[in-house]
Write a protein that binds this ligand. Structure first.
Ligand SMILES: NC(=O)c1ccc[n+]([C@@H]2O[C@H](COP(=O)([O-])OP(=O)(O)OC[C@H]3O[C@@H](n4cnc5c(N)ncnc54)[C@H](OP(=O)(O)O)[C@@H]3O)[C@@H](O)[C@H]2O)c1
Length: 320
């Protein structure tokens, strides 16, 4: 048993609450402080989750000497500044997806983390789910043979409120950085960085990207076919097709609890995995493991890959 990592939670919104709830499943981590733009919200959050210290500003939170790691859970236009604020105060960071608004900002955060000798990771929680770890292992072991294609879609329906984060330009609105990042990151995990990128991006009613279809090509000839939309609930399936076998994840692939491994002749092997809470605690365990073993990044979500994913999304959005 390692000494619990002492977390400060930066912001008190929706995903910060999920994170605080899921921390209960992790012995290797404890929330010791929360910071909000308002003390009232920090107090409410701290009372709800039994957190000892509560602050009415992010500056006070990162100044808490007892906090070792900061979870940045603000809207994505703030990730760059919030993460750098925490790093400059000597804190390790776990930064919500999308890591930043673009690749330039991502490189700046990574530069500060490296200069400070601190751990940093994009909170791509899906990567750390046991089912997704198992998929990675099967692919690495060559059970699917050479990978020929990856397909994935992520569409969610939201009521058309111009002030809602996904539709508001000033809050980083847009389907790609919020929803499309899951298919893009999934393809990146399996196939790496694409060498060819084609895309079609159409706006939602506020002008931010609302629906995007992407076709990526890789040096080895593989393809990825990916879509996202904030206009409708799509099947949210994913598949990885190899010469020997394919993997199919039915429904909410980004929160996968199971999948089918289907060989060329159609024989199917089912894999199921239990999941506690929303599943964010697996990434939290990874941060604690890395920090306690002196790693400055996770081999499962390396910083170079986070930058590459942001570069890919920059290229896709440039076709608007
Ligand atoms: N991993 C996942 O499954 C998942 C799910 C949802 C969202 N996310 C990511 O998490 C981030 C936050 O999303 P969310 O859904 O939690 O958002 P949210 O509910 O709107 O919460 C965001 C929080 O950020 C703080 N904030 C600071 N400046 C703000 C501003 N100008 N406007 C609004 N809020 C501001 C607020 O907290 P204070 O008032 O306390 O400062 C607010 O409660 C996004 O980057 C999103 O992509 C990840």
């Amino acid at each position: 048993m390692i000494e619990p990592l002492r977390w400060g939670i930066l912001s008190t919104g929706g995903i910060a609450r999920t994170f605080a709830r899921d921390l209960a499943f992790v012995e290797e981590s404890v929330a010791v402080a929360v910071g909000s733009r308002t003390l009232e919200s920090a107090k409410r959050f701290a009372d709800d989750f039994d957190i000892a210290r509560r602050y009415g500003s992010y500056e006070e939170l990162v100044g808490d000497p007892d906090v070792e790691a900061v979870y940045v859970a603000t809207p994505h236009p703030l990730h760059h500044d919030n993460a750098i604020l925490a790093l400059e105060h000597g804190k390790h960071v776990l930064v919500e997806k999308s890591f930043t608004m673009n690749a330039r900002e991502a490189r700046e955060v990574v530069d500060v983390a490296r200069r400070q000798g601190l751990f940093a990771m994009e909170a791509m929680w899906t990567r750390f789910l046991p089912g997704v770890m198992a998929i990675r292992e099967l692919v690495t072991r060559g059970e699917l043979g050479t990978i020929v294609s990856v397909e994935a879609d992520h569409g969610q329906w939201f009521s058309p409120d111009p002030n809602f984060r996904l539709f508001a330009p000033e809050l980083g609105g847009g389907a790609l950085l919020d929803l499309g990042i899951y298919p893009v990151s999934f393809a990146s995990m399996i196939l790496g960085t694409p060498s060819r990128i084609l895309s079609m991006v159409d706006p939602a009613f506020t002008g931010v990207d609302g629906q995007t279809s992407m076709l990526f090509g890789y040096e080895n000839g593989a393809h990825a076919v990916l879509t996202c939309t904030s206009l409708a609930r799509s099947p949210t399936r994913a598949s990885i097709t190899g010469e020997k076998a394919r993997i199919e994840i039915e429904g909410s692939f980004y929160a996968a609890t199971g999948f089918d491994l289907i060989n060329r002749s159609g024989a199917t092997q089912r894999f199921d995995f239990p999941r506690l809470g929303r599943g964010l605690h697996y990434e939290v365990q990874e941060v604690a493991r890395c920090v306690r073993s002196g790693l400055l990044e996770s081999p499962f979500m390396p910083l170079a890959e986070t930058i590459s994913i942001m570069e890919t999304m920059d290229t896709v959005l440039a076709t608007r």
